[in-house]
Design a protein around this ligand. Sequence first.
Ligand code: MN
Length: 285
Amino acid sequence: MRLCRFDDDRLGLVRDDRVLDVSEALEAIPPARWPLPQGDLLIAHLEAVRARADALAKGARSLPLAEVKLKSPVANPSKIIAAPVNYQKHLDESRLDKEINVGQEIKTIDYYGLFLKANSSLVGPGEGVALRFPDRRTDHECELAAVIGKAGSGIPRARALEHVAGYAIGIDMSIRGSEDRSFRKSVDSYAVLGPWLVTADEIEAPDALDLTLRVNGELRQQANTRDLIYDVPKLVAYASEFYTLLPGDIIMTGTPEGVSPVVPGDVIVAEMEGIGGMEIAVRAA
Ligand code: MN
């Protein structure tokens, strides 16, 4: 199932080039009051919402996909976890590019561990990326994103995929510079998630997905998630050694080679096998 959040926080079921408005399915989420539980309520109640959405689909209002504004399919993650330097060829290009390595020796994910992006940086493709520091190099990083469905801590690798609700494309927008990753990659709109959530049952092998990213039609990134140094199960297990993972937590798995700067006016198109594609407009903040 492909679930999207669109326009004024409507819930949509994506089928081919249409969006079926199944917002009534949100009634399957029990009402909550302060203090809200951490994590995303929709993802925490995904099974109930899915069942309602399925039942509603037949009579649902249908809209052309091209005419809706897509927001992040996860609204309230407790955290956005991201993997640094998780493809060998991105490590290689980072070592060669002084604007990326800023004179530091680039090491691997074994050395850095994981990092967090601010939740306030999260947007959907329809909201676009607003460059806050147009005088600083700001790159696209196209990444497979896994969304946690079932809470867990100390999750063994063999059970890791049981904790994944689904997948989306993540764009880890990154200012190049000397600051910590969590700072330079957490500007508002620098975490794009979309175009929708594809539930895990539709992605048999998350570690064998082709991905591409184009800027103004020009191919910049082309890779396959089989080249991840830490694959999805390992990232889930590794993250859960340090953090309790909660429904809606997003794991951006790292970017392959081909990162490059964008400027206001650019249009990014990211596509991933089994998920789909999304277009993101880049503007000045
Ligand atoms: Mn990244």
